[in-house]
Design a protein around this ligand. Sequence first.
Ligand SMILES: *Cc1c(COP(=O)(O)O)cnc(C)c1O
Length: 467
Amino acid sequence: MKEWLRSIPAVHELQNHEQFLTLLEKSQLDVIQLTKQLKEVISQVRTLLVKEQWHGAMPGTNQFITEMFQLLNSQIHKQFSFTIEKVINATGTILHTNLGRARLSDNAINHVIETARNYSNLEYKLIEGERGSRHSHVETLIKEITGAEAAMVVNNNAAAVYLVLRALAENKEVIVSRGQLVEIGGSFRISSIMEESGATLIEVGTTNKTHLYDYEKAIQSETAIVMKVHTSNFKVVGFTKSIETEELVQLSKEKNVIFYEDLGSGALYDFRKHGIGEEPVVKEVIAMGADVVSFSGDKLLGGPQAGIIAGKKEIIDKLKKHQLARVLRVDKMTLAALEGTLLDYARGEKGIQNIPTLRDLLVNLDVLDDRAKGFVTNLLQATDKYLTEVFEDMSQVGGGTMPDVQLPTRVVAVKHNKLSAEQLGKKLRTECKPAIVARIQKDALIIDLRTVSSEEEPFILQALINI
Ligand SMILES: *Cc1c(COP(=O)(O)O)cnc(C)c1O
């Protein structure tokens, strides 16, 4: 044993080994870092030898040295790989919050890369040669697309709600219907944000019914805002009544208070014309006379995480000047991603096909049917390990958006001849790079190609063949 331990080469000897030099080049680590990793490997091997748990070649042989460098290689690989990694979303849930919500369009991605790599006119007016505002870049586009007088962007919609309440209703009252006091994803509650903002929440009506006179009675001298909150994540059905935006706009005008609508997702595209959901387009809500609205950048809009606030110029100016605007401001990469996405919208029907979220939402059932059947044909041609079936199922929009909307889809159900659906699902998640995430339903693995790009499809196929 002692003999063996003594046969482990010294660090300085290994440092001169050609395999060390190769790793030095390949890993981009400096000598100090690589040596530190090497020492750790030596110590691990030593421990294994002492415990008689080393199953590799014997120290003193060339093979032993090769194995040490192999260990070093895999250790570096593990320690210096990203923890955020690409995942193939085969669940069919488009805005999967756990998988990063919206995928960006190529235009957005390229604009981010360009902006990240270079200096930009982020806060600089090129014509005047003087300081500019970062708000200006996307504001024009948002105004054009929503018809609002002014707009600004903050970190996410939760931040937008917070800023609006803080800047416009601190130490004042905000009236919200009980039926709209939503909690989203367990971490966003209107009532909690309201408390943080220093505004006082005045709840009106009941969970299922709120009448206009409930609002009317509640408005008094301390009232700053009448707020409407989009009931994302849930839908109250049956004996219900909520007041429409138009009526609340009218009432707010009469009483001289601000009407603010938190649209949650905020559709810039009219999905209703394809029979999908009942989401109002932001432009309509602005046209109805809402003083201010806010919505997410990475839900139905299909862009980066952001909170967009649009409305009357006087109000937006006040928000821009508030100290919190500096705290909640977005990075140039977010602005670039958002500008890229909004430009796609500005291009019309053709442009929106560039945005993965919209493309996935609007894809034709025939296309999904063809893809599912093609996938099964290819799988069965390559292997007989699986029992497969194509059947009609539903995809979810996800992200707490359109909770009542079920998008008809065609899924591939696969059953492995030896593995359970859970085991198969786990293998796809843990043994594939990129990991593949799929649903499990009644002991079958369900693959919904709606959220899988055509370049990713062969990879899933190959992964199933290899298992
Ligand atoms: C999703 C949502 C939010 C929070 O938006 P984020 O962009 O996720 O911060 C706020 N309000 C409503 C109604 C929502 O649906």
